[in-house]
Design a protein around this ligand. Sequence first.
Ligand code: MG
Length: 220
Amino acid sequence: MVNYIFKDKYDEIVKIGKIICLARTYKKHAEEMNSHITKDPLLFLKPSSSVIFNNNSIIIPSISKCLHHEVELGIVIGKKCREINQKDAQDFILGYLLALDITARDIQLEAKKNGWPWTIAKGFDTFAPISKIILKNKINNPNNLDLSLKINGETKQKSNTKNMIYSVEKIIEFISKIMTLEKGDLIMTGTPEGVGEISEGDIIEAKLGNLSSLKIYVKK
Ligand code: MG
């Protein structure tokens, strides 16, 4: 598995670090999951070994009967930081990307019921398809970007990052109070409403505005 993702503005290869994921960052998605909005977003980690790139395939694990798609904005960290105030957060961002947080929903529901972590539900190989990075100077406002996802040509998710409860800058402030962020770390900012099942043979097409797109296949 390739564990580098992008080139920075000096054309240097940046290795993927930790992948920090947020949950309950869009009100309508929390509602469709019968979850409530918490004061702060929920956090969990995905292993970097779950990353795949454009035109690759999600492999359905034999122990899950129900995989879900979640389209998300990814933030890539460009400089080591901790305890950052939101007003300084942009200084530490390298860029953005389009990410899918693939979830074994049946395993996650079981985990939720039992108070177990989501590591298995979220951590299988191929469960983090990501696009190439878009350097931050190419994006005027990360808090106003269209996000969409189609399965076999049919639109399933369509929203905008302006519907996120927390801004990109606030997210950096929040996470950097908990853990040091390092160059190459990737934050998946959570999904809007419209999540649903993916099956063998499906073709997933996702878009981040007109800036980036992903085409991903689903296999057994
Ligand atoms: Mg998610």
